[in-house]
Design a protein around this ligand. Structure first.
Ligand code: GDP
Ligand code: MG
Length: 598
C-alpha cells in the first residue's frame, strides 16, 4: 500500500507553548527548510501574524523523514490557528489528519486551549501524542506536566514525550513516535475521487489555491473536476505539494495532502468544506462538510473620508477572498454616513481585519462599538436577528430578547480561583462546575453571556490573575435576557453609532461611565457640548464639555518653538481621525469609550 509511508498530523497547543517553533524544528530536521536561511516560524506567513505571533490561516506542508527503520515517510504537517477566535479553523484542519501532537509548555502546564483542542481532536477521532515542550527552561517541571497530560488523556505518563523545540532535544524521538503511533491514512486509491477542501487562499496571480486532503481515489493535472456542493466545474491547471512552497506534481492520491489550482478567481466557487471529484468518474456522495462559520461580534466600519466608501467595499471584497469568516453588508448611519456592518469571529479577528484594511488598503476607518447578535421575538410572534443597536425595534413591540451564551472553560492556579469566580459573577456568569487538574491547578466552567466576554473579559481575567488564567469557550443556545437599549445624545442629538445594548441592571452605571469617558475624549469645541445617556426618552446621565479656549498653544512657554510646533502637528494628526457628527467633531477614541466600561 502506497499510503503506508504517509502520516498526516497537526500540532495543537495553547498559545505560546511552542507549536510554531516545533513545526520549524520538524521541517528543518526533514530538510524542508535550510537552517542557514530559516526565519523563525516559517508557517506564520502573513506579516501581521508574524508581528502578533499568532497563526490565522491553516496551512499544510509536506516533508520527508528518513526513519530508523530505513524507510522514508512523507509527513504532511497541517498547521492550526492557536487563538480561541479561530477554533472553527482548528476543527477544519483536524479533519484532514489522522493524528496530532498535543504540545504543553513544561513551565506552564495545561491551559484552557490545551483542553479545548484536545476535545476537538478526540471528536475528530485522532491519535494524540502528548508532548511536553521547553524542557530546557530553568523553571521546567516536566514530571508534573507529564502527569497532568496523562490525567487529561487517561494515558500513562511514560507515553508523554519530552522535547525542547528550541534546542532540538528529543525531536528525533518525537519523529519516531509520530511514525510509529499515528496510523497511515486509510482511503481507497481505486475509488472515485473525493478530496476535501480544508482551506483555500486567494492568490492574485493564480486565483484560488485550494488546500486539499485526498480522501479517496486520485486527481491529476489537466483533469476536469467538479466541486460537489457548489456545482463548480473546472480544470486542474496545477496540482502538488507545499514544501513549504508550491511544488507541482502529476497527481495527488488517497491519503495525500496538497494543493489544487484551477484558475477560478472566486473563493465562493471553491469553498472550504466542499468535496472535489472527477467529472469523468464522479463520486456518489460528497464528504461531510463543515458547519458554516458564524460571526459572533459585529461593528460598523466607516471611512473617515466619506468619498472612500467604494474603496472600502473593494478592500472588503478582496479581504473576504481569503477570509470566509468575514461578513459585511452596507450600513447607513445618521451620524457616520455610509459604511459597512461587519461580522467577526471575535475581537482579535475584528482587530486584525481593521488593521489590514488600514495597512494594506490605505484606508482610515472609524469602528463603532462592537456588539453581539440578539434574537428578538416580537409581540406578533416573529423572530428577528438584531446585529446592531440601531436595528433594535421599539420596546413596545418586543416580547423577548435572547442573547448568545457561551460555556467558558477557565484554567488557573488554585490561589486565583476566588478572583476568577468574582469576575464571572460580575459578568452574569452561571457556575457549572469546577475540578482539579492537579493539586495546584483548577479548571472552572461557567455559562456566560457572550456580550460580557467579547469586550474586555480576557484582559480582566489576565490582570486579576496576574496572567495565570487561560480561557476558552464554545457557543451555547441563546437565552432570554433583560436587555435595554442605551442611547447617547450629543448636544441633544441622538448619535446612532454610539448606542449600545446592555443588561438593565447595568444600564445606570454604564450610562454614567460612558458619559464620563466621552467627556474625557471629546475635544473642546467652539461651543458647549452636552453628553447625555438615555433609555428611551428617559435621561439617566449627563456630562458637559466646556467650550474651547482660543489658542491651544497658549499654554506653552513663549520661547519653546519646537514644542509648539509638535503640539500643532499632533493636533493636525489627531484631526484626521475626527468625524463630524451633527455639530460635534468626534475622535475615533470616542467610539471605543464603551470598551472601557468596566
Ligand atoms: P506558539 O504560539 O505555540 O506557536 O508558540 P511559539 O512557537 O511562537 O513559541 C512561543 C515562545 O516560546 C517563543 O518565544 C519561542 O521562542 C519560545 N519557545 C518555543 N519552544 C521553546 C523551547 O523548547 N524552549 C524555550 N526555552 N523556548 C521555547
Ligand atoms: Mg505560533
Amino acid at each position: 500500500q502506497a499510503a503506508d509511508n504517509i502520516r498526516n498530523f497537526s500540532i495543537i497547543a495553547h498559545i505560546d507553548h511552542g507549536k510554531s517553533t516545533l513545526a520549524d524544528r520538524i521541517l528543518e530536521r526533514c530538510g524542508a527548510i535550510d537552517p542557514r536561511n530559516a526565519r523563525p516560524q516559517l508557517l506564520d506567513s502573513m506579516e501581521l501574524e508574524r508581528e502578533r505571533g499568532i497563526t490565522i490561516k491553516a496551512q499544510a506542508v509536506r516533508c520527508d523523514y528518513r526513519a530508523r527503520d530505513g524507510r522514508t515517510y512523507h509527513l504532511h504537517l497541517i498547521d492550526t490557528p492557536g487563538h480561541v477566535d479561530f477554533s472553527y479553523e482548528v476543527s477544519r484542519s483536524l479533519a484532514a489528519c489522522e493524528g496530532a501532537l498535543l504540545v504543553v509548555d513544561a513551565a506552564q502546564g495545561i491551559e484552557a486551549q490545551t483542553i479545548a483542542n484536545t476535545y476537538l481532536a478526540i471528536d475528530a477521532g485522532l491519535e494524540l501524542i502528548p508532548v511536553v515542550n521547553k524542557i530546557d527552561l530553568p523553571g521546567a517541571e516536566p514530571d508534573r506536566v507529564a502527569q497532568e497530560l496523562a490525567d487529561l488523556l487517561g494515558d500513562d505518563p511514560d507515553q508523554v514525550l519530552r522535547v525542547s523545540a528550541k534546542t532540538g532535544e528529543g525531536v528525533d524521538e518525537l519523529l519516531e513516535a509520530l511514525v510509529a503511533r499515528i496510523p497511515p491514512p486509510a482511503g481507497d486509491r481505486g475509488a472515485p475521487a473525493r478530496a476535501l477542501v480544508f482551506d483555500s487562499q486567494y492568490d492574485q496571480y493564480r486565483g484560488v489555491v485550494a488546500y486539499v486532503r485526498m480522501v479517496e481515489g486520485e486527481l491529476s493535472r489537466g483533469e476536469q473536476i467538479l466541486a460537489m456542493q457548489t456545482g463548480t466545474e473546472a480544470e486542474i491547471t496545477e496540482i502538488g505539494f507545499m514544501r513549504p512552497h508550491t511544488e507541482p506534481a502529476e497527481r495527488l492520491v488517497a491519503g495525500e495532502v496538497g494543493y489544487v489550482i484551477t484558475g477560478i478567481k472566486d473563493v465562493q466557487r471553491m469553498r472550504v468544506g466542499d468535496t472535489l471529484t472527477s467529472r469523468a468518474r464522479p463520486a456518489g456522495e460528497p464528504l461531510p462538510g463543515y458547519r458554516e462559520v458564524k460571526p459572533m461580534v459585529f461593528c460598523g466600519l466607516f471611512p473617515v473620508e466619506s468619498d472612500r466608501f467604494e474603496d472600502l467595499r473593494d478592500a472588503l471584497d478582496k479581504l473576504a477572498l481569503n477570509d470566509a469568516a468575514l461578513q459585511y453588508e452596507p450600513e447607513t448611519s445618521e451620524a457616520l454616513g455610509f459604511g459597512f456592518r461587519c461580522g467577526f469571529l471575535g475581537l482579535l479577528h475584528m482587530d486584525i481585519v481593521r488593521e489590514r484594511l488600514e495597512r494594506e488598503y490605505d484606508l482610515e476607518l472609524l469602528a463603532t462599538t462592537p456588539n453581539v447578535a440578539y434574537e428578538v421575538e416580537l409581540t406578533d410572534g416573529t423572530v428577528m436577528t438584531v446585529r446592531s443597536p440601531a436595528e433594535m425595534p421599539d420596546r413596545a413591540r418586543i416580547a423577548e430578547i435572547r442573547e448568545p451564551y457561551v460555556r467558558a472553560t477557565i484554567v488557573c492556579p488554585r490561589d486565583h480561583v476566588g478572583a476568577v469566580m468574582e469576575l464571572c459573577q460580575e459578568r452574569r456568569g452561571v457556575h457549572v462546575d469546577m475540578h482539579f487538574l492537579s493539586p495546584e491547578r483548577v479548571q472552572l466552567r461557567y455559562d456566560l453571556p457572550l456580550a460580557e466576554i467579547v469586550l474586555d473579559f480576557f484582559d480582566q481575567l489576565k490582570s486579576r490573575t496576574r496572567g495565570y488564567a487561560s480561557l476558552d469557550y464554545e457557543l451555547l443556545e441563546p437565552r432570554p435576557g433583560d436587555l435595554v437599549k442605551l442611547d447617547v445624545l450629543l448636544s441633544g442629538d441622538r448619535v446612532d453609532a454610539l448606542s449600545m445594548i446592555v443588561h438593565r441592571d447595568k444600564a445606570y452605571p454604564s450610562g454614567r461611565l460612558i458619559c464620563e469617558r466621552l467627556r474625557e475624549r471629546i475635544p473642546r469645541q467652539q461651543f458647549e457640548v452636552a453628553i447625555q445617556a438615555a433609555i428611551g426618552s428617559k435621561i439617566i446621565a449627563r456630562e458637559t464639555v466646556k467650550p474651547l479656549r482660543k489658542d491651544v498653544t497658549a499654554k506653552c512657554y513663549g520661547g519653546d518653538v519646537t514644542r509648539k510646533r509638535k503640539l500643532l502637528e499632533r493636533q493636525k494628526r489627531g484631526k484626521k481621525r475626527m468625524k463630524q457628527v451633527g455639530r460635534v467633531e468626534l475622535p475615533q477614541e470616542a467610539f471605543l469609550a464603551v470598551l472601557e466600561l468596566s
